[in-house]
Write a protein that binds this ligand. Structure first.
Ligand code: KIV
Ligand code: NA
Length: 270
């Protein structure tokens, strides 16, 4: 079992690995490969549910995927991504929504897209025993505010705001910080300024760890962002398997005798 203490110990000596997973087979694959943290990201919206943004995914939807992942995971830490409007409105519902991920779905912690509005709720969740991963830089739940998915922290003022918020979330008790789509020098300076591990996506090589979306990393996604390297070609493999299946059925090669049940000893039906 990977814990927040293991991550803290690893940071600065060995890179931390994090990948998303949304279902049991992916979780098994990621867990068996020795990944430290599995994030059940709201990126399930884009990666698996056919949405353009993460906004349509709600607490029930994330909970459904978190359960699938925790049932299949033995070693990795499982972090549930808190979806749009499931936190930051009122404290009670944030606690209930985050608590549900641990109490009912077996997650080990939650991630909140962070801002000035998440400092107090981060502190409160941590007090209650819910480990919180913070997330700064590009926070995709703000897509409508941004008008897209632009890189963040590209001017002095916004870079300083990221650093300030990183410090505030560390003080509030967050156990790690995701930095998304920021210049690598900003990620480096934030990493140097705080004690908790930073985990980057599109944030350069100087974070304490890296995270990618599973479907991008293994090559299932039809499209993926330029910062998401592809380490396999699973889509091509799946596609050729499905094409072979279709050919085999159409040609009569499948099912063959070995795929068929023995005939039952019955009179002919009419
Ligand atoms: O939802 C997600 O997959 C994420 C990661 C990209 C950090 O938030
Ligand atoms: Na997310």
């Amino acid at each position: 079992m990977t814990t927040v203490r293991d991550l803290r110990a690893k940071a600065g000596s060995e890179p931390i690995t994090m990948l998303t997973a949304y279902d049991a087979p992916a979780a098994e694959i990621v867990d068996e490969a020795g990944v430290d943290v599995i994030l059940v990201g709201d990126s399930v919206a884009n990666a698996a549910l056919g949405y353009e943004t993460t906004l349509p995914v709600d607490v029930d939807a994330i909970a459904h995927h978190v359960g699938a992942v925790t049932r299949a995971t033995e070693d990795a830490m499982v972090v549930a991504d808190m979806p749009f409007l499931s936190f930051g409105t009122d404290e009670q519902s944030a606690i209930e929504n985050a608590g549900r991920m641990l109490q009912e779905e077996g997650a080990d912690g939650v991630k909140l897209e962070s801002g000035p509005h998440t400092v107090d709720i981060t502190r409160r969740l941590v007090e209650l025993g819910i480990p919180v991963m913070a997330h700064l830089g590009l926070t995709p739940q703000h897509v409508n505010q941004y008008g897209g998915f632009p890189r963040q922290g590209t001017d002095q003022e916004s870079a300083e705001r990221i650093l300030e918020l990183a410090r505030e979330h560390e003080d509030a008790g967050a156990f790690a910080l995701v930095l998304e789509h920021v210049p690598s020098n900003v990620a480096r300076d934030v990493t140097n300024a705080i004690e908790i591990p930073t985990i980057g996506i599109g944030a350069g090589p100087e974070c304490d760890g890296q995270v990618l979306v599973f479907h991008d990393a293994v090559g299932i996604s039809e499209w993926s962002p330029s910062f998401a390297a592809q380490f396999g070609d699973v889509r091509a493999e799946m596609s050729s398997a499905v094409t072979e299946y279709v050919d085999a059925v159409e040609s009569g090669a499948f099912p063959a005798d070995e795929h068929s049940h023995e005939e039952a000893d019955l009179d002919e039906l009419y």
